[in-house]
Design a protein around this ligand. Structure first.
Ligand SMILES: [Zn+2]
Length: 321
């Protein structure tokens, strides 16, 4: 037994499915080497020697998972809600992200973020970092130390972005990504996730190269999808030959996989304006949808049809992730 083996006593509540809550008052959760062995009315004999933490009369729920946090956006949370997505990126998000070239700035800012997260309910988190390899690795180092279990991604962007933030071209972005991936093997609790920012900021050559990297390393992928009307129009102009926004990711092999294929999943943030065709593709490729209600409200993007997603079983992405 290691330090991940213990018993917690308390009042437990968890969801067994979308509509069923399970409650076990005054019960014992047994954790063996970091994994739950079950919740029992009494401590089973074989676990009697484990240390017990008594939280009697306290409610205990499983940790939550946040599928979409931009780590560099924490520092200006609550500010700049006067614009829609594309203008907000130009005036708020991009100028802030430029600062992560400075590793000391990144250390300070990510330190505040992680201290905040440690006091919150999320124990599993998927992060966007920035284009900067050093700052992304620093974020991963700090997350590893925090005890949170995370996926974190170095952002790729090589077009339609400010020159002081954009990567020089597809080749430079892909080389930096491979260099970053080579340095990710040391982590236990933090794993890399490929992170093309969104279609407008990634050239075809970059998307093609990321698709190859995805298959070579079987990596999960995260990006943004159908968040804002102007953004969707822009994607249509950039890819008039492809039938939809999600279909562009799919063209490059960056949109999850069908149930018959083994492979790492994709996470798409927002999906506020996905039409039925796109929802069918999300379902077919078992893509995780990251619902971002605060952002959708603050940037006036719209209201994501979450009930519709739930009715289509889009929440049920059971798997190793
Ligand atoms: Zn985002």
């Amino acid at each position: 037994m290691n330090e991940g083996s213990f018993i917690i006593k308390g009042d437990f509540c968890w969801s067994k499915s979308l509509t069923v809550l399970e409650t076990r008052p005054g019960a014992f959760l047994v954790c063996v080497e970091g994994k739950s062995a079950g919740v029992f009315p009494r401590v089973p004999e074989q676990y009697a020697g484990l240390p017990l933490v008594d939280y009697s009369d306290k409610l205990i729920v499983p940790g939550l998972a946040d599928l979409h946090i931009h780590a560099p956006q924490f520092s200006f949370r609550g500010l700049g809600m006067d614009k829609e997505l594309l203008d907000w990126l130009e005036t708020r998000a991009f100028p802030e992200e430029v600062k992560y070239r400075n590793i000391e700035y990144a250390r300070k800012s990510y330190g505040f973020l992680i201290e905040h997260l440690k006091r919150g309910p999320n124990t599993r988190i998927v992060f966007f970092a920035t284009v900067h390899t050093a700052a992304t690795l620093l974020l991963m180092d700090m997350l590893e130390e925090s005890g949170l279990v995370c996926l974190a991604g170095k952002v790729n962007m090589d077009r339609n972005s400010p020159t002081n933030l954009s990567e020089e071209n597809a080749a430079a972005s892909l080389a930096a990504t491979r260099d970053w991936l080579d340095k990710c093997s040391a982590y236990k609790n933090v794993r890399p996730i490929l992170t093309p920012r969104f279609i407008p900021s990634c050239s075809d050559g970059l998307m093609e190269g990321l698709g190859k990297l995805q298959r070579e390393f079987n990596l999960p992928v995260q990006s943004h999808l159908s968040e804002n009307h102007k953004e969707i129009e822009w994607v249509k102009k950039l890819h008039p030959d492809i039938s939809g926004y999600g279909a562009v990711y799919d063209r490059f092999g960056l949109f999850g996989h069908s149930p018959a294929e083994a492979g790492a999943p994709a996470v798409m943030a927002h999906c506020v304006h996905s039409d039925e065709k796109e929802i069918a593709l999300l379902s077919e490729r078992q893509v995780y949808i990251a619902h971002c209600p605060q952002s959708n409200t603050n940037l006036s993007s719209g209201i994501a049809p979450v009930r519709h997603f739930l009715q289509r079983d889009l929440w049920d992405c059971s798997g190793p992730y």
